[in-house]
Design a binder for this molecule. Structure first.
Ligand code: ADP
Ligand code: MG
Length: 259
């Protein structure tokens, strides 16, 4: 599903936290949203999963204004792993992931055998099968994060919104979560702090700076030393992974002299 931000501003006070964002995400692309703390990443994502209405501009899902579509249609199309802790901590892991199926049915409809199979498959793919009967409230941060990813996958979305999906995850699960997201073939918009993971997985990187889209493009072009210094206040460079050939980002403290 194609996603377009057309002059989107959004925020919490009269001063917008995101200003005049305009960019189109091609269908099936993996787009990483990067930027320092407070640069507006979560704010921009909230305008897509309808947690925060833009004060100006439009968000288009395909060619439709997302904020004018029925809520349920958006829930069926857009899968979300958000940053704030969702309620429902009395749910078991299985129940929590099953919630991802409800936009396709209606809240109190019984899940079909096919739904149950999707839930099982998503638990499995996120490494959560062993956790299925546990209460969500008893999980570690990383386990919980994997359950939330499984729920977003259970929605079978056409657009996947991930706000720091690798938060709390160990190295194995950081990689498997992004591999999984990339393998779905749907459009992914993921806020990531690791520029190295962004470089490895994203076709396109959007750099937010003080609420504005500062730069957009492929990782090898975007993560140039001047940008890393200016936006992230670190020295760094892109190198080729000797094994996979993917771009990798190496960071160093500012002003450490190289050879
Ligand atoms: P990021 O996700 O890039 O770290 P956010 O989008 O969360 O940044 O925040 C952008 C700006 O909006 C920051 O200055 C932040 O303090 C402010 N902000 C975020 N959430 C709220 C809120 N609920 N109420 C008021 N200000 C907020
Ligand atoms: Mg954030």
């Amino acid at each position: 599903m194609k996603l377009t931000f057309a002059g989107v501003s959004a925020g919490y006070t009269e001063i917008p936290a995101v200003r005049d964002a305009s960019v189109t995400l091609a269908d099936g692309s993996f787009v990483a949203l990067v930027g320092p703390n407070g640069s507006g990443k979560s704010t921009l994502l909230k305008t897509v999963y309808r947690a925060l209405k833009p004060s100006a501009g439009r968000v288009l899902l395909g060619s439709e204004d997302l904020w004018r579509l029925p809520r349920r249609e958006v829930a069926r199309t857009v899968g979300v792993l958000g940053q704030e802790a969702p309620g429902g901590h009395d749910f078991t892991v299985r129940e929590s992931v099953a919630l991802g199926r409800y936009p396709h049915h209606g809240t109190f409809a019984r899940l079909t055998a096919a739904d149950e199979e999707i839930v099982r498959d998503c638990l499995d793919r996120c490494g959560c099968l062993d956790l299925a009967a546990r209460a969500l409230s008893t999980l570690s941060g990383g386990e919980r994060q994997r359950v939330l990813l499984a729920r977003a996958l259970a929605q079978q979305p056409k657009l996947l919104i991930l706000d720091e999906p690798t938060n709390h995850l160990d190295p194995e699960h950081q990689i498997s979560a992004l591999e999984l997201a990339a393998s779905l073939g749907v459009t992914v918009l993921a806020a990531l702090h690791s520029l190295d993971l962004a470089a490895q997985y994203a076709d396109t990187v959007l750099v937010l700076r003080s609420g504005r889209i500062h730069r957009a493009g492929p990782p090898r072009e975007v993560f140039e030393p001047a940008l890393l210094r200016e936006v992230f206040t670190v020295d760094g460079s892109v190198v080729d992974d000797p094994v996979t050939g993917a771009p990798r980002v190496l960071l160093r403290p500012l002003a450490v002299e190289g050879p």
